[in-house]
Design a binder for this molecule. Structure first.
Ligand code: SAM
Length: 278
């Protein structure tokens, strides 16, 4: 592929280390008949390893300069489709449903770091479409996803993803494996969506509001965070819910386990029913 100058605004750090590329392709665990979605194929280094025989591959690339080059490179393979679009703008469900059945997709992506959080939420909200995701992320984001309660990395992403995925950190990738060289380490993580949520949270939208509220001010107590979180409960109701779940109001949000968040969510929903939603 001809020389293309990397664009920082598009998060372009191209993976050039052959061993890391093939390790990532192996982690996708591709089998004949699989459907694979790649986000940000760039110059096609990983795409070439994913486009195995019998595999349907859809790759979404935003860079207008790269799309024609990718189409030329993979033009011989009718099962490879290069979609020119912004992954955050397109209707993912519509794109992937166009095959006409509900076979799940595998995902491979060396994500542009500037959009990794919204893309992660896209996967979270459409998790039923996927069987396995292999994502390269900034190491710090990977640490947050896999963090345990009580650590400084533990936050909203850790809780929301643990509810729906088994996550494994598969490898750390050093800056020298990319061109241009980024300033930070990267991590490759595998995500396997759970068939059912790990715990019952009552209502997912309410649960998210609760978790976001609990982490809204990291230096403040849970009590102070939840009072202002718009949970539709009186202060007495919040205090009552915490007491019923045996959670000290003076604790900080980052000390609560997924089970504790889930029981708080269910209890608050129950009390909202009693108080009447505000
Ligand atoms: N997969 C290639 C590799 O590993 O060398 C490129 C990875 S590079 C970190 C990220 C890629 O995502 C770039 O090709 C960039 O143009 C593309 N990209 C950036 N923002 C995007 C978006 N919103 N939608 C789709 N692709 C995007």
């Amino acid at each position: 592929m001809q020389t293309i100058r990397a664009r920082k605004a598009l998060g372009q750090n191209f993976l050039v280390d052959r061993r890391v590329l093939s390790r990532i392709a192996d982690l996708v665990e591709i089998e004949p008949g699989d459907r694979v979605l790649e986000i940000g194929p760039g110059k096609g280094a990983l795409t070439g390893l994913l486009a195995k025989e019998g595999v349907r591959l859809v790759a979404v690339e935003l860079d207008t300069r790269l799309v024609p080059l990718l189409r030329e490179e993979f033009g011989d393979n009718p099962r490879v489709e290069i979609v020119h679009d912004d992954i955050l703008d397109l209707d993912l469900r519509k794109l992937l449903a166009s095959e006409g059945d509900d076979q799940r997709w595998k995902v491979a992506a060396n994500l542009p770091y500037n959009i990794s959080t919204p893309v992660l939420f896209l996967f979270l909200d459409n998790r039923d479409l996927f069987s396995r995701l292999i994502l390269m992320l900034q190491k710090e984001v990977g640490d947050r996803l896999a963090a345990s309660p009580g650590t400084k990395e533990y936050g909203i992403l850790s809780v929301l993803f643990r509810l729906h995925f088994d996550i494994m950190r598969e490898l750390i990738v050093k800056p020298g494996c990319f061109h241009p060289v980024p300033k930070v380490d990267s991590a490759v993580l595998s995500f396997v969506p759970l068939a059912v949520p790990r715990v019952n949270v009552g209502d997912e939208l309410f649960f998210r509001r609760l978790v976001k509220g609990a982490f809204s001010m990291r230096r403040k107590t849970l009590w102070n965070c939840l009072r202002g979180a718009g949970l539709g409960l009186s202060e007495e109701g919040i205090a009552d819910a915490l007491a019923r779940c045996q959670i000290e109001p003076g604790r900080r949000g980052e000390t609560l386990s997924l089970d504790e968040f889930a029981s708080l969510s269910r209890t608050m929903l129950e009390l909202r029913g009693v108080e009447g939603v505000r």
